[in-house]
Design a binder for this molecule. Structure first.
Ligand SMILES: Nc1ncnc2c1ncn2[C@@H]1O[C@H](COP(=O)(O)OP(=O)(O)OP(=O)(O)O)[C@@H](O)[C@H]1O
Ligand SMILES: [Mg+2]
Length: 247
């Protein structure tokens, strides 16, 4: 079976006629952990939205394959069903929808076989325990009145319940206290296996210490200017992004 999961080739993206991403080439194989680092405004979230298929982001050139299928014309819903998950930098509040029913609806929407309610509830409980989330949150409205850190945990909970093939985490660790970073990091570790892949966008490299990082990409000004191994994390932490801005 092929190891290819995502193949992005020379993708350029514009928002309202302004070009944000310039010829991005990125390949993610099954089971790999990729990290995307870059200064504010570099285009990292734009890359996440582009992979997910947000219609605001217009792909002006290049190709985007998921499991060797061209997904460029597919809606975000279709992409989610194919196994792509994006956690948002700023998760939205969804009044009137309980956390548990939201997760139930989304897991049934993306999976082919239907999961029995009891099995779903058991899995939800286990994953909430793993994330140190109070069970009382299942009946609260999704993200409504959740603290910043609780919203981020609820995103990770959704990821664990959906078990996507590719999870893109956009600053899921920002605003988390030191213990919560560890909890979220162990949740992410639990998600990883030889088939599941991760693209993690972050400014706080603490979360990466516990993760088996394979590749690190540096994005500056809408371009990937360097790709390497975990040594790039140390370089960024000590020297910042300046060395990459000059290349
Ligand atoms: N909807 C939009 N309309 C206009 N410009 C946008 C829009 N979304 C993003 N941009 C611009 O695109 C650029 C890249 O933004 P993006 O959110 O991808 O950056 P980022 O690398 O995720 O930054 P951060 O680290 O601050 O989250 C920025 O200059 C931003 O202002
Ligand atoms: Mg961003």
């Amino acid at each position: 079976m092929t190891k290819n999961l995502l193949r992005m080739h020379k993708i350029s993206v514009s928002i309202d006629e302004t070009q944000i991403l310039h010829q991005i080439t990125l390949s993610i194989n099954k089971g790999e952990v990729h990290v995307l680092l870059g200064p504010n405004g570099a285009g990292k979230s734009t890359l996440g939205y582009t992979i997910m298929g947000n219609p605001r982001y217009e792909v002006t050139e290049g190709s985007l394959l998921f499991e060797e299928e061209d997904i460029q014309t597919q809606s975000p819903d279709t992409r989610a069903r194919k196994g792509i998950f994006l956690s948002f930098q700023a998760p939205e509040e969804v009044p009137g929808v309980e956390l548990s029913s939201f997760v139930r609806t989304s897991t049934s929407a993306v999976s082919e076989s239907s999961e029995r309610l009891l099995a779903f509830q058991k899995r939800l409980k286990e994953n909430m325990n793993l994330l140190n989330m109070d069970q009382a949150y299942t009946s609260r409205e999704l993200n409504v009145g959740f603290s910043g850190g609780e919203k981020k945990k609820s995103e990770i909970l959704q990821m664990l319940m959906l078990n996507p093939k590719l999870a893109i985490l956009d600053e899921t660790d920002s605003g988390l206290d030191v213990d919560a970073v560890k909890t979220v990091s162990s949740g992410v570790k639990n998600y990883l296996n030889k088939d599941n892949s991760l693209l993690i966008i972050t400014h706080n490299t603490k979360i990466l210490e516990e993760l088996p990082v394979d590749f690190v990409h540096i994005m500056v000004g809408g371009r990937i200017v360097a790709t390497g191994g975990p040594e790039l994390i140390t370089k960024v932490n000590t020297e910042g992004f300046h060395p990459f801005e000059e290349v």
